[in-house]
Design a protein around this ligand. Structure first.
Ligand code: FPP
Length: 238
């Protein structure tokens, strides 16, 4: 922990409720996703003041392909637009962007933009923004085990040396610390295949706000409340 008043150093967010937000306004779901994308900027910008060094956001899950073709295509187009539009601002604000998730199902144009944004911000050392895109924790663990098994097969890794420090080195998040605080908006209290291994000891906040209504003030309040929690990691206080 390093933030002001011992706030969370790594916050991970399941940005839920865009569809309901749009529906309440009689608009199509994509209208909600566009409003949600605008929230991302405000939240990224408030991180330095809150001492949040790592921010990880769930933009598209391995299960989200089950949505209508219109919604999936609209989201992919939104991600392309977001990256093109925000690239300069993120680079100028010293944000380092990374993507986690499996890129195989993503189109070449989007992958190129993701690569460009990662490259463009690679030297930045301010907020580390990680965007989970076509991400699912079970898929990530399966891909990690595939690579680990290959290392065993090739004689680079002895199975006797595999312990709980080994698998994280193969995860998409291998360069990130574990999340301290996981927030889910929109009143749903589930984690939907998000950072399952990494969040073993995270604190959770399930809040009713729909993602397009989420504000920097609300994040500040959640960080403050995190600072008052007693994290014991399975131990007892002397
Ligand atoms: C969940 O709300 C939201 C998503 C599946 C997409 C998240 C995407 C964004 C916030 C947009 C932009 C992100 C970036 C990085 C540019 P939902 O559609 O499941 O809402 P519902 O539960 O109300 O239907």
């Amino acid at each position: 922990m390093s933030g002001p008043d011992c706030g969370p150093r790594h916050v991970a967010i399941i940005m839920d409720g865009n569809g309901r937000w749009a529906q309440a306004r009689g608009r199509p779901r994509l209208f909600g996703h566009h409003a949600g994308a605008r929230r991302v900027r405000e939240v990224v910008e408030c991180c330095p003041a809150l001492g949040v060094k790592y921010l990880t956001i769930f933009a598209f899950s391995t299960e989200n392909w089950k949505r209508t073709q219109v919604e999936v295509a609209g989201l992919m187009s939104l991600f392309r637009r977001y990256i093109s539009k925000e690239m300069k601002a993120l680079a100028a604000k010293n944000v380092r962007v990374r993507f986690i998730g499996d890129r195989v199902r993503l189109d070449a144009k989007l992958i190129n933009l993701m690569d460009a944004l990662e490259r463009e911000t690679a030297e930045n050392d301010g907020t580390h923004l990680t965007i989970a895109l076509n991400y699912g924790s079970r898929d990530e663990v399966a891909r990690a085990i595939r690579r680990l098994a290959q290392d065993v097969a090739d004689g680079r890794l002895d199975p006797a040396d595999v312990d709980e420090e080994t698998l994280p080195r193969y995860l998409d998040t291998h360069v990130l610390p574990d999340p301290d605080l996981v927030i889910r908006t929109s009143g749903e209290a589930r984690i939907s295949n998000f950072l399952l291994w990494q969040s073993a000891y995270a604190e959770y906040e399930f809040i009713d706000t729909l993602w397009p209504d989420f504000t920097a003030e609300e994040l500040a309040a959640l960080c403050q409340s995190y600072g008052r929690r007693d994290r014991r990691f399975g131990a007892v206080k002397p």
